[in-house]
Ligand binder design. Structure first.
Ligand code: ARG
Length: 463
């Protein structure tokens, strides 16, 4: 048993294969080998600077650790189930390579602060990637918003047609949502970027280590001061998974809209063949599977968040082995969020909107009924009365199987004498959109403002 040598003193018999198999986390935490080695190198350099190790010792350990990293990357050293976790595997390999000197690496350190460090380093990188993918998606949305500027579609409430809106306006709503996700992510990364290393098992260490120095080497903005806190809390991960959950919630709503829009019933959009699939039995089918999968995978990320919260609930301080169970939700949520953002940009690039069909649908409906009510208000009626009159007009149209566009002035006069010929202009969907005055509305000027704003914001952004 390879790892047993590390603490064989206390035990009279080795860990049973069954117990090792049950408790090993290496299948998952082997993904943290880079972070683990980077942390060890920073630690050993600090030990030398603090004269706890000699410069020669530190250099030998550092060189060996770098060699181990290569061995892992080339498959020469395999992180397999014979080790309990990635930390012990690497330490064991180090001792194999440099002899008893390798045993000095763990001076003033514990796996408890080591794993908290590795996770923070991992999330820092994953967070940057997710941020980049959010920006990429925002850019695609902005591109589409510019491309379809001027195209109208029915806007909905309760999934019932409500008022005409610009397609660009709808798409830009998602740009704002993803902007908040981006901000939330950075806020989380800012709080997360503190080093727990040097907390040791829970109480700190009697060696004169320099925690700040290690933190600096690893580009942290300081340390988690309280050693018990540093090894026991996983709130940084809870926050990260919350951010991922919110991103997935936004993606899933959008995915749902794409699924709806690409049905015959809506007919608003088409996703190109390369991003849709057929049916094994029904030759006519073209299914929006990628969007459905994004919607479906949202459950994995919410599940991960709840999984983690449940693991943490009621855990006494400080470290408990339960905490090892934070790995499955961490990797699951990070991978799923990354993949989903990535595919979504691609789906969207390959989505086209059917301008003609959407605008036809706007004609054949009652989406500008609010404009009629507002028209009467401008002629002096209280809004509630205007609303009632317009409601009666809509009801009349439904009874006579017609739409607002089919009404003539004589018919309108039977409802109110206030109508004049200009009412027909007010009922046009384009006019409805153009008439909007309020900040952030769907009027072309306001939508243009948004486009200008986001172009400026996204141009400045890296990635
Ligand atoms: N594999 C462990 C984890 O992920 C590392 C820390 C183990 N610490 C311990 N005292 N057993 O949590």
């Amino acid at each position: 048993m390879a790892h047993q040598a590390l603490w064989s003193g206390r035990f009279k018999e080795p860990l049973s294969a069954i117990a090792l198999n049950f408790s090993s986390s290496i299948d998952l935490d082997k993904r943290l080998y880079q972070e683990d080695i980077a942390g060890s190198i920073a630690h050993v350099e600090m030990l030398a600077a603090a004269r706890i190790l000699t410069a020669v010792e530190a250099r030998r350990i550092r060189t060996a650790l770098k060699a181990i990293q290569k061995e892992i990357e080339t498959g020469k050293f395999q992180l397999t189930g014979e080790y309990e976790d990635v930390h012990l595997a690497i330490e064991q390999r180090l001792i194999q390579k440099v002899g008893p000197l390798g045993g000095k690496l763990h001076t003033g350190r514990s796996r408890n602060d080591q794993i908290a460090l590795d996770e923070r380093l991992y999330l820092r990188t994953a967070g940057k990637e997710i941020a980049r993918l959010i920006v990429q998606l925002q850019r695609v949305l902005l591109y589409k918003a510019e491309k379809y500027f001027g195209t109208l579609m029915p806007g909905y409430t309760h999934l019932q047609r409500a008022q005409p809106v610009m397609v660009s306006h709808h798409l830009l709503a998602y740009v704002s949502m993803f902007e908040r996700d981006y901000e939330r992510l950075h806020d989380c990364l800012r709080r997360l970027n503190k080093s727990p290393l040097g907390a040791a098992a829970l109480a700190g260490t009697s060696f004169p280590i320099d925690r700040q120095k290690v933190a600096k080497k690893l580009h942290f903005d300081g340390i988690i001061e309280n050693s018990i806190d540093a090894v026991s809390d996983r709130d940084y991960l809870v926050e990260f998974l919350s951010v991922c959950s919110i991103i997935m919630m936004h993606l899933s709503r959008f995915a749902e809209e794409l699924v709806l829009w690409t049905t015959k019933e809506f007919g608003f959009a088409q996703i190109s063949d390369a991003y849709t699939t057929g049916s094994s039995i029904m030759p006519q089918k073209k299914n929006p599977d990628m969007a459905e999968l994004v919607r479906g995978k949202t459950g994995r990320v919410y599940g991960s968040l709840l999984n983690l919260l449940t693991t943490l609930k009621a855990l006494p301080l400080a470290y408990n082995r339960d905490l090892q169970e934070d790995k499955p939700p961490m990797f699951e949520a990070v991978n799923t969020t990354r993949q989903s953002l990535f595919i979504f940009s691609h789906i969207l690039v390959h989505t086209t909107f059917d301008k003609k069909h959407m605008e036809e649908e706007l004609q054949n409906d009652f989406l500008t009924a609010t404009e009629i009510a507002d028209y009467l208000v401008r002629k002096g009626l209280p809004f509630r009365e205007a609303h009632a009159i317009t409601g009666r007009i809509v009801s009349y149209c439904i009874d006579h199987r017609m739409y607002l566009g089919n009404l003539d002035l004589d018919t309108l006069h039977t409802f109110s004498k206030l109508f004049e010929p200009d009412i027909f202009d007010y009922m046009l969907p384009h006019r409805s959109v153009e008439q909007k005055q309020s900040t952030g509305s769907t009027s072309p000027q306001e939508v243009k403002k948004q486009i200008v704003h986001w172009t400026r914001v996204l141009k400045k952004r890296k990635g």
